[in-house]
Design a protein around this ligand. Structure first.
Ligand SMILES: Cc1ncc(COP(=O)(O)O)c(C=O)c1O
Length: 371
């Protein structure tokens, strides 16, 4: 017997979501973003599942890239924030890491490095997000310096990132695109270079920004980045299901309270099911009363505070709940976005903050030969 809480990870769903990105932008290539432990799903397993499909993988930093190399991943790996110190340039060159280049200090470190293998560089331009990237007016000179360096491969990729791609009507999307296109049109050094602008929301909803290289992250894990309905996002398949069981069932009388602080009070005689999954397992502590939980496929509301190891659910209105009944906190049958909404956060955070405690149980590690 062991504690019944685990995170099931369906690697065929992951591959399906990656393929969807390719179908939506058939002439582009897609770097599969597996940073932050593949958004909580397990970076090595996700990278192994995606490596046969993707020309490259994307991570945030060199430590994440080295973890993949040490696990046997051979494809190029893009460091989405580039180098954090000059000594990382030599490692990137030896290990075939692509570098996002986003400031003048990084450029200096790259051109000064003593390396044998020239690097693939992606030049990040700040088109309005004001987080990372060179200013548009710095780009021409920066490209000239990079192109003149034997340390840099000539096929530099021009990149930028949208601040609000998940907000379909936000005018900043068109403004950022206009800024980028104007820069490319006016910058002699940028002529003929490949471009990369598209994260998940852009891939799903902004085809004019697909260009040559996509960078899908969140969509790979099967939830929509949008709050409104989207036809393409509806084709995504959830990858992670957080599963556990009912470990205790008790009747309580009207007026009795449940959980730490007695914050929920029954308004009728009720049946409370306790499930072995709490904030120590990644369930959000701020999930409010009424957050849906699926018990043997039926929705019932969370009641009372979320504990470290358990949650309590009002199962008065659903039939046949027993000790051992299966509980799904989110996953294939209950969209993680609904839980995030009840917890006043986003599914990106819920997935990425999944702790190691619930074992990851991988399904479909090998592609179905008929698929
Ligand atoms: C530069 C860059 N590209 C791509 C991604 C992937 O974005 P998403 O997970 O929204 O697809 C990120 C994520 O933060 C990013 O920072």
């Amino acid at each position: 017997m062991s504690r019944p809480c685990y995170a099931q990870v369906d690697l065929e769903a992951l591959r399906h979501n990656y393929r969807l990105a390719g179908e939506l932008a058939p002439s582009a290539q897609a770097v599969a973003v597996v940073k932050a432990n593949a958004y909580g799903h397990g970076a090595v397993e996700a990278a192994k599942a995606l490596e046969p499909l993707a020309p490259a993988l994307g991570v945030a930093c060199i430590e994440e890239a080295l973890e993949l190399r040490h696990a046997g991943i051979q494809k190029p790996i893009l460091l989405l924030e580039g180098i954090f110190s000059a000594d990382e340039v030599a490692i990137a060159s030896e290990e075939h890491f692509f570098l996002m280049v986003e400031n003048l200090e990084q450029i200096e470190a790259i051109i000064q490095a003593d390396i044998d293998q020239a690097l693939h560089c992606w030049l990040k331009v700040d088109t309005g997000m004001h987080r990372l990237g060179l200013l548009p007016e710095q780009v021409d000179a920066a490209l000239a310096v990079l192109k003149a360096s034997p340390n840099v491969q000539p096929d530099i990729i021009m990149a930028s990132h949208f601040a609000s791609a998940d907000e379909l009507d936000n005018p900043s999307n068109a403004e950022q695109l206009r800024c980028f296109d104007k820069l490319i049109a006016e910058c002699e050094q940028a002529q003929g270079l490949d471009q990369s602008l598209a994260n998940s929301a852009t891939i799903l909803a902004h085809p004019s920004a697909h260009r040559q290289w996509l960078r899908p992250g969140f969509m790979l894990y099967g939830a929509s980045p949008f709050t409104e309905d989207n036809e393409n996002a509806a084709k995504l398949k959830p990858v992670m299901s957080l599963i556990s069981e009912v470990i205790s069932l008790r009747p309580i009388q009207s007026g009795e309270r449940v959980g730490y602080g007695g914050k929920w009070q029954a308004e009728r005689d009720s049946i409370i099911a306790t499930i072995a999954c709490g904030y120590g397992d990644g369930y959000p502590r701020h999930a409010s009363n009424g957050t849906p939980v699926l018990i043997d496929g039926q929705e019932a509301p969370l009641v009372g505070r979320v504990s470290m190891d358990m949650i309590t659910v009002d199962v008065t209105d659903i039939a046949n709940v027993q000790l051992g009944s299966r509980a799904e906190m989110w996953g294939k049958n209950l969209c993680v976005n609904r839980i995030a909404e009840h917890a006043h956060t986003i599914a990106y955070e819920l997935l990425t903050r999944m702790p190691a405690r619930p074992p990851r149980v991988y399904q479909n590690e090998h592609p179905n030969r008929e698929a």
